[in-house]
Each structure stands twice: as structure tokens, then as C-alpha cells.
Design a binder for this molecule. Structure first.
Ligand code: CMP
Length: 145
């Protein structure tokens, strides 16, 4: 059933370093309506301009993030693997997807609803601070994610 699915997703989410020590009870709120999904190599998980807002946590496998420059050229931004996540921008600001994200290998990913991710962030200061650090590192160029 749905509750069992959310519990499984919460357990999967403990494999994400940024979430691991927050406890499955806290993660169950994040996992509400969430689900785990396999993708074949080459599958497009998110495409430019999509109006979706799920956040994707990579449990197994790897994906490639491709962005478009102002002149329309497509550039590989980064490859992400198990323990990484993406799609947080649309969850936070509601804007269309800023990148194409395609599976490099067969991958298993937990999707959580953007609203659940934002709500969890606002209710979990330890995680909110981690997310701010994550964005700070990105701005400083220390971390390509
Ligand atoms: P979102 O815009 O929701 O969907 C595409 C995702 O690609 C985006 O969220 C981020 O997770 C990732 N992404 C896009 N642009 C960048 C960037 N400049 N730096 C890091 N990650 C990015």
C-alpha cells in the first residue's frame, strides 16, 4: 500500500548522506507520496522546461546533467551518482527545469514531491543549513553539483 511504499522510500533515503542521520521517522514525511523508480541507461529523468517539481535522490546508478548556454549550446555540467540528488531548484522556486538529466547507467532513484521537499526543509533546520552549505559550495565552485 501507499504507507508501506513511503516507509520503503524513507529507508532508501537513509542512503543519501545529507539525509542519513535525520532518522527514518523524519524522513517518512519527506517520503509521503514518494516512490522508487528504475530507469534504463539513456532514459530522460528531467528535461529542459518541464513543469514538474519532484526531487530525485539517486540510490543506485548515475546520471548526467546537461545545461544550455545563452547561445543554446548544450554543455555537460556534471555527472551524479549514488547518494547525490537533483531537481531541488524547481522544488524551491517552482520554475521550469533548468537542465536535462539523463541516466548514464541503469539507475534506481527515489522521487519525492517538491512540496514535501520544501516543507521538510522548512521544518528541519539541520537539513536547511546543510542545503544552504550545499548551495554555498556550488557558488564558490568547490563542488560542481
Ligand atoms: P531543476 O532545475 O529542478 O532540474 C534540473 C536540475 O539540474 C536542477 O534542478 C539541479 O538539480 C541541476 N542543475 C541545473 N543547473 C545546475 C547548476 N548550475 N549547478 C548545479 N546543478 C544544476
Amino acid at each position: 500500500g501507499r504507507a508501506g511504499g513511503a516507509q520503503r522510500v524513507a529507508v532508501d533515503l537513509t542512503r543519501i548522506p545529507m539525509l542519513a542521520d535525520l532518522g527514518t521517522a523524519a524522513l517518512e514525511a519527506l517520503a509521503q507520496h514518494g516512490h522508487s523508480r528504475p530507469y534504463e541507461a539513456g532514459a530522460v529523468l528531467v528535461d529542459f522546461g518541464d513543469p514538474t517539481d519532484d526531487v530525485f535522490f539517486i540510490i543506485e546508478g548515475s546520471v548526467r546533467v546537461i545545461v544550455r548556454t545563452a547561445s543554446g549550446q548544450e554543455v555537460i555540467l556534471n555527472d551524479l551518482g549514488a547518494g547525490d540528488f537533483f531537481g531541488e531548484l524547481a522544488a524551491i522556486d517552482g520554475a521550469p527545469r533548468s537542465a536535462n538529466v539523463t541516466a548514464l547507467h541503469r539507475s534506481r532513484v527515489c522521487l519525492v514531491r517538491g512540496a514535501a521537499f520544501l516543507d521538510f526543509t522548512l521544518r528541519t533546520p539541520a537539513f536547511a543549513h546543510r542545503l544552504l552549505r550545499f548551495f554555498s559550495e556550488r557558488l564558490r565552485g568547490k563542488d560542481e553539483r
